[in-house]
Design a protein around this ligand. Structure first.
Ligand code: FES
Length: 146
């Protein structure tokens, strides 16, 4: 089977789908090649992610990746959320097919973009190196062909 049971489960029953109207940080990223878009909303208190929701207009792997990513950062400090990698998301899903790994990159980027948005809105200083240019992250593992 091409997809793990966990991928199918998170695709068919995605966790944390929706919008947080009073979000403290919102991150929207897209993959220029496939056109898929992911939006993540964070509620943050004392540097901890107290709630998270997402909307993904994209493929099944992108939906499963965003669902898993939101589960992995919920209740976590921002510093930990920023360490979330697409590899960790893919591993938590028991793997993604090689040509679908780039879909999990969207999840990592969306989380980072939402945290950055929170920092920007609140005038909080940060190290720009924590937020690599989104367009480069697609190509980091060479799987997406962008
Ligand atoms: Fe576009 Fe999966 S094919 S994110």
């Amino acid at each position: 089977m091409l997809y793990s049971e966990k991928v199918m489960d998170h695709f068919l029953h995605p966790r944390n789908v929706g919008v947080l109207e009073d979000a403290d940080g919102v991150g929207e990223v897209g993959n220029a090649k496939c056109g898929d878009i992911m939006k993540i909303y964070l509620k943050i208190e004392n540097d901890v992610i107290t709630d998270v929701k997402f909307h993904t207009f994209g493929c099944g792997s992108a939906i499963a990746s965003s669902s898993m990513a939101t589960e992995m950062i919920k209740g976590k400090p921002l510093a930990e959320a920023l360490e979330l990698t697409n590899r960790a998301v893919a591993e938590a899903l028991d793997g993604l097919p090689a040509h679908k790994l780039h879909c999990s990159v969207l999840a990592e980027e969306a989380v980072k973009a939402a945290v950055k948005d929170y920092y920007d809105k609140n005038g909080i200083a940060y190290d720009v190196r924590q937020f690599p240019a989104a367009s480069c992250a697609h190509c980091s593992d060479g799987t997406c062909g962008n």
